[in-house]
Write a protein that binds this ligand. Structure first.
Ligand SMILES: [Zn+2]
Length: 300
């Protein structure tokens, strides 16, 4: 499928050349120091596009690539960022056009495709584990709750906002909606719920038997099971990966028990759950893989 470039834009910008589902050469990033986590906050969309272009130009052998895939947080359709709660200034931006302008003549013939960042993680996991022939889904547990699916399908897929409870008091979701998965599982939501404890302390105290924390950890797992069960009931069984910074809190046995209570139809039983680590490399590979499989490499 030739060489391509994968880019991931989240707290920072990282770009790499991908060939045969593998990264080749060094990656480039903005800012270069990974400890700086807020460099993109408030940067206008045009400037972010220019920084992406600069990161791409730093890659040795970047000219002559055949496709370019880029993952952004948020709802992305037809290369337009429709919403992006963590990089709000990108909302409504025609990112594909901005990138084409920023990259200029040298990349005029290269198709550029923008994706949701959880979708590129799903594609990267599928590619790196030889699962390109099946449905792969991934939950990314961080400040928000991301949901990625491979193969890529046009759509919204905001499964982090799946309603998992009818309790009107569950209102901690970053989007403002009631009863959402992210309102229980998200880092920000956990901080709002436990004003006196950090999420690490909540899980630690649960292990020590503190009642409020024990109950919450059950709710946290039950919520993820509910979100997963909904996905299974809509899209069928298959492989679910769980990644992101808070995947460290997942008790797979407890999650499986709850999921088992929620999914009973026989044809839907063929699912499996796995916690994964691994960050940027997987996302870059996935961005390139998704772009390489984009219909006819058509410009969108
Ligand atoms: Zn929500």
């Amino acid at each position: 499928m030739g060489r391509g470039i994968g880019v991931h834009v989240s707290e920072r910008i990282v770009a790499g050349i991908v060939d045969e589902n593998r990264l080749v050469g060094k990656v480039s990033s903005f800012p270069a120091d990974p400890a700086i986590a807020d460099a993109l906050v408030g940067l206008p969309a045009e400037v972010i596009a220019q920084q992406v272009a600069a990161a791409i130009r730093q890659l040795e052998g970047c000219k002559g690539i055949e496709y370019l895939g880029i993952g952004f947080p948020g709802i992305i359709r037809k290369n337009i960022i429709e919403d992006s709660p963590n990089l709000q200034q990108l909302k409504g931006s025609f990112m594909g056009v901005l990138l084409q302008d920023a990259l200029g003549q040298d990349f005029k013939e290269v198709p550029i495709v923008c994706f949701n960042d959880a979708d590129i993680v799903a594609a990267g996991l599928a590619a790196s584990r030889n699962h390109l022939d099946r449905i792969v889904r991934v939950w990314t547990l961080g400040n928000g709750i991301g949901y990625g699916r491979y193969p890529h399908q046009e759509g919204v897929w905001e499964a982090g906002h799946t309603v998992v409870t009818l309790d009107p008091k569950e209102h901690f979701c970053g989007c403002g909606g009631t009863g959402h998965l992210e309102g229980i599982m998200g880092q920000r939501a956990m901080r709002l719920r436990f004003m006196d404890l950090e999420p690490e302390e909540v899980f630690e105290q649960a292990r020590e038997g503190e009642t409020r924390c024990v109950e919450f950890v059950k709710l946290w797992h039950r919520a993820l099971a509910a979100g997963t069960a909904t996905s299974i009931h809509l899209d069928g069984p298959g492989k679910f990966y769980i990644g992101g910074i808070n995947a460290r809190f997942v008790n797979l046995q407890l999650l499986s028990e709850y999921l088992n209570e929620m999914v009973k139809l026989t044809p839907l039983q063929g699912y499996s759950l796995e916690v994964v680590t691994g960050g940027e490399e997987i996302a870059l590979i996935g961005a390139a893989v998704n772009a390489s499989r984009w219909p006819h490499h058509a410009k969108v």
